[in-house]
Design a protein around this ligand. Structure first.
Ligand code: PLP
Length: 516
């Protein structure tokens, strides 16, 4: 393809995208295909000779779009939103146009420096303390592909930090560069005694990071009374039990805005407990809810002050509710050396005079992989186009939708809200009340209700015009099956939310009739 052919195909692609978005409200949100639908239509081998580009481009509509679940559909209420905006799509295109893996500053100075700037814009917008800002010279942030990558990176940093501390305690001296080299004996003696903690509500990223390090993950039970948030005393109890067995706590994952219910862990309590365990690192996963710190009125309920005081690292995904096309996960640390001392492996071919002089950041030393995407350009375009006020309006809209829906569900005789709603997430279940007694305080038969709600979920799941996901809330008291309705989509209006709720009510009535 030459430049003029690219120009033509590029315009056609933009037309294709515009048509897609013009029609997105009319397309069923869920892909109506069966497993293998695409595999069966594609040849087993790549073509021997190049094909006409027009034909390839047409096949995107013909073969690919039918198998797309439309996350940008106004009727997408599953998981959490994965916002995308036109501003960001253009940024992504431009980033592809200068495709480069940006691992060292010298690989593309703009790539590194823009990331330094926009991550700090984000940190300031969210109210993260100066310790997390790159301009502090000690802390700083990096853009990862996912909250899972951030959590794993935090785990590697935490493990190395704990082993350095144990080395120091064993009498190992720092080298000429001021750094502690962890001796093999310390790794062998302590490396497999390290334990990761989170709660039963921690996203699976916690257990996965532990698995990847070959270490155990303790999912500490939470209680309904505490609205599913992890408490300091339970963390202490779990740690003490392990310490008695000779194990070493090295990492706690706390969550601001859990996936199932939006619960906010008691960060201050956990932080105070961890002061007694100096090998332990606190990572706060605010993958979904963290962007809401942009709204000052929500900072207290989301425990921002506690995060600023106690967390060693923090992550939030702008690619969820933050207007930024996938992927863009902000990962900030209070001490960048926690990352570089764990991840800086520099063979001669990666050295540069700027890095040797210590005047630049080489982001490869802040992450597991070497090459990296030019993600900062997306966030730069978003934050400049929307401004902080536009970003805030977008968040407020999602919250307002949830608030209005809450009022509707609260009036319902057949549904109940399961946990105090947080931000733009509503968690509910079918729970018919006695129509003659609006206060209806009958004992809850959870097994029966769980069954009813599983049936409801099956009915909703078999529809293509709406997409909601289920969850099971595990707690010390009991397990509750319920349904989540996650708002905050860029293209969703309150009319769409109302329509979705009408469908939920309709399917709920069918379940109750069948149950009679
Ligand atoms: N953490 C929380 C609280 C989440 O809700 C999610 C996804 O919904 C994740 C982490 C996973 O994010 P990622 O896909 O970026 O790893």
């Amino acid at each position: 393809m030459d430049i003029e052919q690219f120009r033509k195909a590029g315009y056609a692609a933009i037309d294709q995208i515009c048509d897609y978005y013009s029609n997105i409200s009319n397309v069923p949100v869920k892909a109506q295909v069966q497993p293998g639908y695409l595999i069966d239509q594609l040849p087993r081998e790549a073509p021997e000779n190049g094909q006409e580009f027009d034909e390839i481009q047409r096949d995107f509509g013909k073969l690919i779009l039918p198998g797309i679940t439309h996350w940008q559909s106004p009727s997408f209420f599953a998981y959490f939103p994965s916002n995308s905006t036109f501003e960001c799509m253009i940024a992504d295109l431009l980033s592809s146009s200068v495709s480069n893996p940006g691992f060292n500053w010298i690989c593309s100075p703009a790539c590194t420096e823009l990331e330094q700037v926009v991550v700090e814009w984000a940190a300031r917008m969210l109210g993260l303390s100066k310790e997390f800002w790159g301009s502090s010279g000690i802390g700083g942030g990096v853009i990862m592909g996912s909250a899972s990558d951030s959590a794993f990176t935090a785990a590697v940093a935490a493990r190395e930090k704990a082993l350095r501390r144990l080395s120091l305690e064993a009498g190992v001296q720092a080298g000429d560069n001021g750094q502690i080299e962890i001796p093999d004996e310390i790794r062998q003696e302590h490396g497999q005694k390290l334990v990761v903690y989170g709660s039963t509500q921690t996203h699976s990223l916690g257990a996965k990071a532990a698995l990847m390090l070959g270490l155990p993950f303790r999912a500490i039970p939470v209680s309904i009374e505490d609205q599913y948030s992890l408490r300091g005393k339970d963390v202490r109890e779990a740690i003490e039990k392990d310490k008695k067995a000779g194990l070493v706590p090295f990492l706690v994952y706390a969550t601001v805005g859990t996936t199932s219910t939006g619960a906010v862990d008691r960060i201050a309590e956990i932080g105070e407990v961890l002061k007694d365990y100096p090998t332990a690192f606190l990572h706060v996963d605010a993958a979904w809810a963290g962007v809401a710190y942009a709204l000052p009125q929500y900072r207290e309920s989301l425990r921002l002050k506690e995060v600023n005081e106690h967390a060693d690292s923090f992550c939030t995904n702008f690619h969820k509710w933050g207007l930024t096309t996938f992927d863009c996960s902000i990962f900030c640390v209070k001490n960048r050396k926690d990352l570089t001392q764990a991840l800086d492996v520099t063979p001669p071919f990666l050295r540069s005079k700027e890095a040797d002089a210590g005047t630049v950041i080489d982001y490869r030393n802040w992450q597991p992989s070497l090459g990296r995407r030019f993600r900062s350009i997306k966030l730069w375009f978003v934050l400049r186009s929307f401004g902080i006020s536009g970003f805030q309006k977008h968040l407020e809209r999602g919250i307002e939708h949830r608030q209005k829906l809450t009022e509707i569900v609260e009036r319902s005789n057949t549904f109940e809200i399961v946990t105090t709603p947080n931000l733009s997430l509503l968690v509910f279940r079918l729970h018919p009340k006695d129509p003659k007694d609006p206060k209806d305080n009958r004992e809850v038969d959870d097994d029966k209700l769980n069954l009813l709600n599983q049936k409801l979920h099956q009915k909703l799941d078999s529809r293509y015009d709406i997409f909601l996901t289920q969850t099971v809330l595990h707690s010390k008291e009991r397990n509750i099956f319920c349904i989540r309705l996650a708002m905050g989509g860029v293209n969703t209006t309150f009319e769409d939310v109302k329509r979705a709720w009408e469908i939920v009510e309709l399917e709920g009535d069918k379940v109750l009739q069948e149950d009679d």
